[in-house]
Design a protein around this ligand. Structure first.
Ligand SMILES: Cc1cc2nc3c(=O)[nH]c(=O)nc-3n(C[C@H](O)[C@H](O)[C@H](O)COP(=O)(O)OP(=O)(O)OC[C@H]3O[C@@H](n4cnc5c(N)ncnc54)[C@H](O)[C@@H]3O)c2cc1C
Length: 327
């Protein structure tokens, strides 16, 4: 086993996921403690993703390329990553705790019979020389520390938007590891990929999010949220109540069972701020609540609150942003 820290470089359609440079930051800090290299691990035939990864300041890039890895497939990616880890024998492997990372990390750990900690927000090398991580539990009400034993690779997925993105000069050496499929990899195959969302930003990738809750009352009423979001170059988010009611797809849901976000600005329109919603967005730098109820939990955690009807306030805000941008 060596002191290197490979980072799974999640990509889709040859586009590096925005959380990868953040995980590289966490890996660099760890590598500073272990004295190893940060290795960017790209799965799939992905020259563009590897080029983007190079700009994050990794020390080395390793690709596992095969035509069957062009699109994400849990079983094949598990085999690819498990094969790479078996060859590289690193001390720690990090993945982003995205939907893909959450799916993949435990599968790889189970395949290799290794320990795995998910959704971590702090990492270091513990007194025993093993990986020591901090992860939120009980909707973020408490934290637990997990210490891994030494002598085996530790696997951890890192919560997106916890660390700043890493940048570097580029020019990292590249090498390839051959893909070896495992028996059973074809048990699940991808028949169709239906893309949703179009040009609309994903909430995990945006600096600003405008979210709507149950108070939006109908899908068509989200038009005002989208208009404000467009002016602010923001993503549109939603509470689970709004998604369950069909006002927005669940891909936009923020919270415990949705996505975790830490944008610079989170504008919550008619979202009460239930603990499960707060669990996904309370790390936002600035929170603005627009709510008719001054006692709503979202108002309590907000930096700024507008106590009024969102159907009046949101279009006014959009107008004001347009005016400001015109100057
Ligand atoms: C296991 C579990 C997991 C969950 N996971 C999630 C999750 O991931 N994400 C999530 O969001 N929820 C989650 N929930 C649900 C959560 O408990 C709440 O039910 C949900 O967040 C409420 O959504 P809401 O704030 O949109 O609706 P409500 O709680 O109904 O709040 C609506 C708010 O709008 C305000 N309002 C009403 N009319 C107006 C108006 N005209 N203008 C301005 N304000 C107005 C009201 O004062 C109120 O504060 C989970 C629940 C469970 C049990």
């Amino acid at each position: 086993m060596n002191n290197d820290i490979p980072v799974f470089a999640e990509q889709r359609g040859d586009r590096l996921h925005s959380s990868v440079p953040q995980v590289v930051t966490a890996a660099k800090a760890l590598a500073g403690q272990t004295g190893g290299k940060v290795i960017g691990l790209v799965v799939g035939a992905t020259a563009g993703a590897a080029d983007a990864l190079d700009k994050t300041g990794v020390d080395q890039i390793v690709t596992v390329a095969d035509a069957s890895l062009a699109n994400y497939n849990a079983l094949r990616y598990r085999s690819a990553l498990a094969g790479a880890i078996s060859q590289l024998q690193p001390r720690v492997v990090l993945l982003p705790a995205t939907f893909m990372g959450r799916d993949l990390a435990p599968r790889v750990a189970a395949r290799l019979k290794l320990g795995c900690a998910t959704d971590v927000i702090g990492l270091g090398i513990g007194g025993n020389g093993g990986l020591d991580v901090k992860r939120p539990v009980y909707n973020g009400k408490a934290f637990c520390h997990v210490t891994f034993p030494t002598g085996k690779t530790a696997i951890a997925s890192v919560r997106p938007n916890t660390f700043p993105a890493s940048t570097g000069p580029g020019g990292a050496p590249r090498s390839a590891i051959a893909f070896t499929a495992s028996p059973g990899d074809d048990r699940a195959t991808t028949r169709e990929i239906a893309k949703t969302g179009g040009a609309v930003k994903d909430v995990t990738e945006a600096d600003i999010i405008v979210s709507g809750g149950r108070a939006m009352k109908a899908e068509e009423n989200f038009k005002i949220i989208y208009e404000l979001a467009a002016e602010l170059d923001a993503a549109v988010g939603a509470s689970r109540a709004a998604c369950d009611a069909g006002y927005q797809p669940h891909t936009r849901q923020v919270g415990l069972t949705g996505k975790t976000v830490t944008p610079k600005l989170y504008v919550a329109c008619g979202v009460s701020g239930a603990i499960q919603h707060l669990a996904g967005m309370r790390g936002s730098k600035v929170i603005v609540a627009i709510n008719t109820d001054p006692e709503a939990p979202m108002v309590k955690v907000a930096d700024y609150a507008i106590i009024d009807d969102l159907f009046k306030v949101v279009p006014l805000l959009t107008q004001e942003v347009r005016k400001l941008k015109a100057h």
